[in-house]
Design a protein around this ligand. Structure first.
Ligand SMILES: [Zn+2]
Length: 254
């Protein structure tokens, strides 16, 4: 049976002299692996029809549930050129892809995560050159996954933010904001959190689109603090590879 899917490559591997094995995220069937025979032949009809971060229409023979399927046809629907033109945007797209991959369950209703992935890629095309975009993306993803950092009260004693008198800390284990003396008393590891950085996290959390990330300039201190505490939080709650994140972040504009 030939089936049709909206698909984005998550991995492309050369196979033999002329073929490709492609791991796709498809909207209709979740993760699918297909072989594209003759893909690397210059006159192949598949040339230019699929690439990382681009959306294609994929037709394949769905013979068996598991294993590699054969590609019948493939047409590129959306070419996200910015990722191939600007390495900064490309790095942001790579990080988004790796992150989405690592939070994607094996069995799922794929349309939702597919649409989410496409939405994030589309945003990254425009705004992905800046580190603040990465922070915005991480906060959105945390919310999507049900792990939004809690910033309204001390996560240990429950005192409302407005009534906190001690210095602020950020604790991944406690889910977000804590005050320094509570963390110290309970011997809970917590990272420094300055008030202006807290305000930036709130602003990025509430921003429906990354438009504001474009205008927010960070100081070196703000960048380092955000990078450190969000990286810690991401690794704690979503099991993200910190090395990939670090590469993306250090190459982007602050
Ligand atoms: Zn407290």
């Amino acid at each position: 049976m030939i089936v049709k899917a909206r698909a984005i490559p998550l991995g492309i591997t050369p196979f033999g002299n002329t073929s490709h094995i492609v791991h796709w995220l498809t909207r209709e069937y979740g993760r699918v692996t297909t072989i594209i025979k003759g893909a690397q032949r210059p006159k192949s009809g598949f040339v230019g029809q699929y690439d990382f971060f681009d959306t294609s229409e994929l037709l394949f023979y769905a013979r068996n549930k598991e294993g590699v399927m054969t590609t019948k046809e493939c047409y590129r629907l959306t070419h996200r050129a910015e990722f191939h033109r600007s390495w900064r945007h490309g790095l942001a797209a790579s990080y988004i892809t790796r992150t989405i991959r690592s939070v994607m369950p094996d069995f799922l209703e794929a349309s939702e995560i597919f649409d989410y992935y496409e939405e994030m890629l589309n945003y990254a095309q425009e705004y992905g050159g800046r580190a603040t975009f990465i922070f915005w993306f991480e906060l959105q993803l945390l919310e999507y996954q049900g792990h939004t950092p809690q910033l309204k009260h001390c996560g240990i004693c429950g005192t409302a933010f407005e009534k906190l008198t001690d210095r602020l800390r950020f604790s991944s284990a406690q889910g977000g904001l804590v005050e320094a003396r509570c963390a110290q008393f309970r011997e809970i590891p917590a990272l420094p959190l300055d008030k202006d950085v807290l305000a930036i996290i709130r602003m990025l959390q509430q921003a429906q689109t990354p438009r504001s990330t474009h205008i927010t300039k960070l100081t070196e201190r703000q960048f380092n603090q955000l990078s450190h505490l969000l990286g810690h939080f991401m690794a704690h709650h979503l099991n993200i590879d910190p090395a990939i994140r670090q590469i993306a972040l250090t190459s982007l504009e602050v």
